[in-house]
Design a protein around this ligand. Structure first.
Ligand code: PRP
Ligand code: MN
Ligand code: MG
Length: 181
């Protein structure tokens, strides 16, 4: 693999399109949480870029905390059984929580996570995700804020990885099939 050869098949969203959409979501979030405290919970590692840019788009105070989870499963198939690798530092009791994700694919991770966080006595738990794949969804997850609904293709960049690579791309694109086949 040649360093600098990014092997993107197609750009789905440019840096500017992502910024514009996050600004729109930020205005909705500001309106919905007016007069309430807000805790953003980012899911490591994919959500790092969305968290950084969404949080900075918000013209209000927020707190940020992080979770790392891993889903048990055979091969690439997610099982929905999730293990916490790093838990929150924050007590959720009485808090308004907004989970921040880069992508909802099958929905198994978030469906487990939302149940887990709701059991901790928060005032509310909602989800914001930059991307969602409606065709891949296996669980009915109610998502309050969605950046873009995308086709069921392998996408990377802006936090999204393939074997830990491509997370640092500023845009989101599809990977050339020769990379993963
Ligand atoms: C990816 C993505 C979401 C999750 C979505 O994370 O960032 O967190 O999968 O998949 P699902 O809807 O099918 O559950 P991944 O487990 O690859 O970890 P990462 O964020 O560290 O890349
Ligand atoms: Mn993730
Ligand atoms: Mg990943």
């Amino acid at each position: 693999h040649v360093e600098g050869d990014l092997e993107l098949d197609q750009t789905l969203y440019t840096e500017e399109q992502i910024t514009t959409r996050l600004q729109e979501l930020a205005r909705q979030i500001e309106a919905d949480y007016e007069g309430k405290d807000l805790l953003l919970v980012g899911v490591l590692k994919g959500a790092v870029m969305v968290m950084a840019d969404l949080a900075r788009s918000l013209e209000r105070h927020v707190e940020m905390d992080w979770m790392a989870v891993s889903s048990y499963g055979s091969g690439t198939q997610s099982s929905g059984v999730v293990r916490i690798l790093k838990d929150l530092d924050t007590d959720l009791n009485g808090r308004h929580v907004l989970i921040v994700e880069d992508i909802i694919d099958t929905g198994l991770t978030l469906s487990w996570l939302i149940t887990n966080l709701r059991s901790r006595g928060p005032a509310s738990v909602e989800i914001a995700t930059l991307l969602r794949k409606p065709d891949a969804l296996q669980m009915d997850v109610e998502v309050r804020y969605v950046g873009f609904d995308i086709p069921n293709a392998f996408v990377v960049g802006y936090g999204l990885d393939f074997n830990e690579r491509y997370r640092n791309l500023r845009c989101i694109g599809t990977l050339s099939p020769h990379v993963y086949l």
